[in-house]
Design a protein around this ligand. Sequence first.
Ligand SMILES: CC(C)(COP(=O)(O)OP(=O)(O)OC[C@H]1O[C@@H](n2cnc3c(N)ncnc32)[C@H](O)[C@@H]1OP(=O)(O)O)[C@@H](O)C(=O)NCCC(=O)NCCS
Length: 173
Amino acid sequence: MTHKISVRSAAAGDVEAIDHLLKPFAEKDIILARDRDNIFQHLQEFLVAEYDGQLAGVVCVHIYGENLAEVRSLVVDPEFQKHGVGRLLVEGCEQWALGLGVAKLFALTYVTGFFLKLGYRVVSKESLPHKVWTVCVHCARFADCDEVAVEKVLSDAPIRPMAVKPIIEIDDF
Ligand SMILES: CC(C)(COP(=O)(O)OP(=O)(O)OC[C@H]1O[C@@H](n2cnc3c(N)ncnc32)[C@H](O)[C@@H]1OP(=O)(O)O)[C@@H](O)C(=O)NCCC(=O)NCCS
């Protein structure tokens, strides 16, 4: 039997489910804790994956600048892990970042092997700009951080502005 996996932008109606997905992993300090207000405030940064129409995973992309964005809050519901959902979420982040003209993604992670499979490489944490660490001060493991930094260059060439569709377009006579 084939199953359908899709990745889409998150919507306000997803916030409760995103909160449920993230909470157990935040409690184990695997990802940074977020409350529902925080999820709402960053909703435009979130993508969700559906497996046969059920919310199966979530990820967030935070842009730091023209050449750098971070993959954050990546979680696949344990019930749906090992089916390619995590890979599709990260590939969704890559397409989303490229579409906005951002050429490089990085992550701070405990699942280095997963990111290596997706074409990321390990880099020194010192190579990341200081502003990256501003959210880390809220992490319980900040003083003794053992996460690994990984990055992927999405485009070596400068990215030309994409043909972004207008939200509204009218004819003026
Ligand atoms: C890490 C996580 C997102 C992976 O999601 P997933 O849907 O199970 O991963 P996928 O099925 O898409 O796996 C893609 C590939 O990575 C491999 N992989 C998955 N988890 C891995 C791990 N922990 N270590 C090494 N490789 C891993 C898979 O075997 C697969 O390889 P293949 O293409 O050769 O078959 C998921 O296990 C998870 O939510 N973990 C808990 C939260 C967490 O650690 N988040 C990361 C924060 S940065």
